[in-house]
Design a protein around this ligand. Structure first.
Ligand code: ADP
Ligand code: MG
Length: 678
């Protein structure tokens, strides 16, 4: 048997069972091996019947007088008496009629279950039992609990894993020997076995530590190897013109925050090198990333190079073009800006191409389709990628091929990942963090609302609107669907425009509208020709309307933590206090993440909490990426992450050849293709 074999290679697995295992994502023997338990029940202590206490217990006993009966239709009870040498205890099973025929009388069993009161007498309820042996799997141990599906329970999976135990025990080591010694790790085979069938709690902990370390180690190694490869590329140097930078800053309507100043400085440092910059700027929503990017672009443009500024949506591209245009106007450099998006007419596009070809327009703003466009890339000096998480190896190669050199890369993201994690996931990137917000920003007040109190809420909202403010309303769907009663954008729009806010100007915006319509509505809202904008999450990233102070999120329990944090970042920007109302879809208790949003405003802290709420492995927010998800490592375990990262660097410093560790080599090669996340 091999890891790559289908599950049907395991004794007892036919086509029917294989189909059910497939539902759990278990296709091969290797999948079974890596299908680590969700949790464990500790039934490891075998107690004499005379000393039982309520709670989970295990006894060693023979079973007598087993009898099943129907107490009413659909309710079957099996009762039995289990005895050790001295005492007896009742066993009770509900709806497990097969129990009666499955007991071998007179043979000793391990019996594990919940010892509790049933009809005024103590009994062990729904126990698992198996004949006494050296290697019980369902009883008398720390028992693994797996993800289950109809027809496949944990007991079934335990049996299968027990079957492949010889194969598990013969698995080769996957980490370098020196690392195992240094860290005093269990061997790979021992760790995998201990994940499924730990001898005790200490061994389980050791197994989790070793395998968690290994996951982060592989990830770090992959991204470090990428980093060293990128360092071999050549780029154009973009000199720093201090006078120009000072002039730009002197025309700003605000002073840069210290964080902005620091990050701009780091970027200028990078761009002066012949090695391409590869920097990620992380800053919470509203931390002022656009002006940072504009300052980077400024130097490239002044030096006569082209800059491609890519936004995730056309809407944002247009908005950026306007912002950048305004920022460069005082320097007389605004005519260097060109917008290039799909929604433009052919004639408009032709003009843009021409300006670019003549070398007059140098700062080209568009969506990520920009790098596919027929624009002259020969003098491309800088690429700015806003709010886009996938800019991987392939896109880089395309840029290289077009430009003949690797342009400097600057990525901006509002997905706040804790620094330790960013370093692991993005080891090949230099990470800058905009950790202070512009002064004078008050935190947005966030409140969970129940549909019963809609009237009171609307009264509060009306107050703000009367004071001249505007409101975003975000809905989870565009149209009402048959299956869902969740408020759709169209329905909410109708309700507000016709009834609740009929004296206000209400607009509707959603992803299925034509770009020109979207742009038109957005502009109306930006110019305050609309008071209320009802939309889907198209407005999630980047949209900047300083006069908007209210964000109402319908069916907020449908949204993720990161998403809501992004959304509420749209308000409270222009010096007006922001309000974010999280409307529940019904009057049930709000989930923990909404409560967290009510209490906390710091994106980084929320990111950490999100990691905790969603358990080990789930990588924060939109970064979720199946292939990168970790099975064992807790991303909140900073010590483990640091140790694994340091080990990856040590590994590289040793200059060893990856080929000598085939398992590791295969995994790292796979990861290298996906870790270029920015
Ligand atoms: P984000 O980081 O979310 O992309 P933006 O770049 O859109 O944020 O900036 C948000 C708002 O803050 C904009 O209106 C911008 O003009 C303003 N802003 C940026 N930097 C500062 C600053 N240092 N002081 C005051 N306002 C600023
Ligand atoms: Mg932005």
């Amino acid at each position: 048997m091999n890891l790559g074999d289908p599950v049907t290679a395991v004794k007892g697995v036919g086509d029917e069972v294989a189909k059910k295992l497939a539902i759990l994502g278990l296709h091969t023997v290797g999948d079974l091996l890596e299908n680590f338990p969700r949790r464990y029940n500790d039934y490891s202590i075998v107690t004499e019947i005379g000393k039982l206490h309520p709670g989970p217990v295990t006894i060693k006993a023979v079973v007598k007088q087993i009898k099943g009966r129907y107490v009413r239709r659909g309710m079957h009870i099996t009762e039995a008496i289990a005895s050790d040498d001295v005492n007896s205890v009742r066993l009770i099973w509900f709806n497990q009629p097969y129990r009666e025929g499955a007991i071998k009388s007179g043979q000793p069993y391990f019996i594990s279950g919940q010892y509790e009161l049933s009809h005024q007498r103590f009994a062990i309820m729904n126990p698992n039992m198996e004949l006494v042996s050296d290697f019980p799997v369902n009883t008398a141990r720390i028992v693994p609990v797996y993800r289950e599906t109809k027809g496949i329970n944990s007991a079934r999976i335990r049996k299968l894993v027990r079957e492949i135990l010889p194969l598990i025990r013969s698995q080769p080591e996957t980490l370098p020997e020196w690392l195992i010694k240094d860290q005093k790790f269990l061997s790979y085979a021992a760790a995998v076995e201990a994940m499924h069938f730990p001898a005790n709690a200490t061994e389980l902990e050791k197994a989790q530590k070793r395998l968690g370390f290994e996951e982060v180690f592989r990830l770090s190694l992959a991204s470090l190897l990428n980093k060293y490869e990128l360092l071999k590329d050549k780029s154009l140097t973009i000199p720093f013109d201090e006078k120009l930078a000072k002039e730009f800053v002197s025309h700003l309507p605000f002073t840069l925050t210290d964080a902005q100043r620091k990050v701009v400085w780091q970027i200028y440092g990078d761009m002066q090198k012949t090695q391409p910059m590869n920097r990620l700027v992380e800053g919470d929503v509203g931390s002022g990333k656009t002006v940072v990017a504009t300052m980077a672009a400024l130097m490239a443009v002044a030096e006569g190079y082209q800059v491609a500024f890519m936004a995730p949506t056309e809407l944002l591209a247009r908005q950026h073009a306007e912002t950048v245009y305004t920022l460069l106007e005082p320097l007389g450099m605004h005519d260097r800006v060109a917008l290039l998006v799909g929604g433009m007419s052919t004639a408009q596009k032709q003009t843009a191409y021409q300006h670019i070809a003549e070398g007059h327009a140098r700062l080209i703003i568009g969506t990520h389709a920009l790098i596919q466009e027929k624009v002259d890339m020969q003098s491309l000096g800088l690429v700015v990628i806003d709010e886009q998480h996938r800019f991987g190896v392939e896109q880089r190669k395309k840029l290289m091929a077009k430009a003949g050199h690797m342009p400097h890369l600057l990525s901006l993201t509002a997905t706040p990942i804790p620094r330790s994690l960013a370093l692991t996931l993005y080891g090949e990137l230099d990470v800058s963090i905009l950790d202070t917000k512009p002064v004078g920003r008050q935190p947005t007040e966030t409140e969970i609302c129940s549909p019963n109190s809609r009237a009171q809420l609307y009264a509060k909202i009306e107050n703000e609107l009367s004071a001249g403010r505007q409101m975003f309303v975000v809905c989870p769907l565009i149209t009402e669907s048959e299956r869902s009663t969740v408020n759709s954008a169209e329905k909410v729009y109708e309700q507000m425009a016709k009834y609740d806010f009929k004296h206000r100007r209400v607009g509707l915006l959603h992803g299925k509208m034509k770009p020109i319509e979207k742009q038109d509505i957005m502009q109306q809202f930006a110019r305050h020709q609309l008071d209320i904008l009802v939309s889907t999450t198209v407005i999630e990233v980047g949209v900047d309307v300083p006069n908007a102070s209210i964000m109402l999120i319908e069916a907020a329990d449908r949204f993720g933590l990161a998403q809501i944090h992004q959304l509420r970042g749209r308000v409270g920007r222009g010096g007006h206090k922001g309000y974010c109302y999280l409307m529940m879809s019904d009057s049930s208790a709000p989930p923990q993440r909404l409560q967290a949003l009510e209490r906390m405003n710091d994106g980084f802290k929320l990111a950490e909490l999100d990691l905790e709420l969603r358990g080990p492995g789930a990588i924060y927010g939109t970064l979720q990426h199946g292939q990168l998800d970790l099975r064992v490592a807790k991303l909140t375990d900073l010590k483990l992450i640091a140790a694994a990262r340091n080990a990856a660097q040590a590994y590289i410093d040793k200059g060893e050849d990856l080929i000598q560790y085939p398992g590791l080599c295969e995994q790292v090669t796979r990861l290298r293709a996906v870790t270029n996340l920015n």
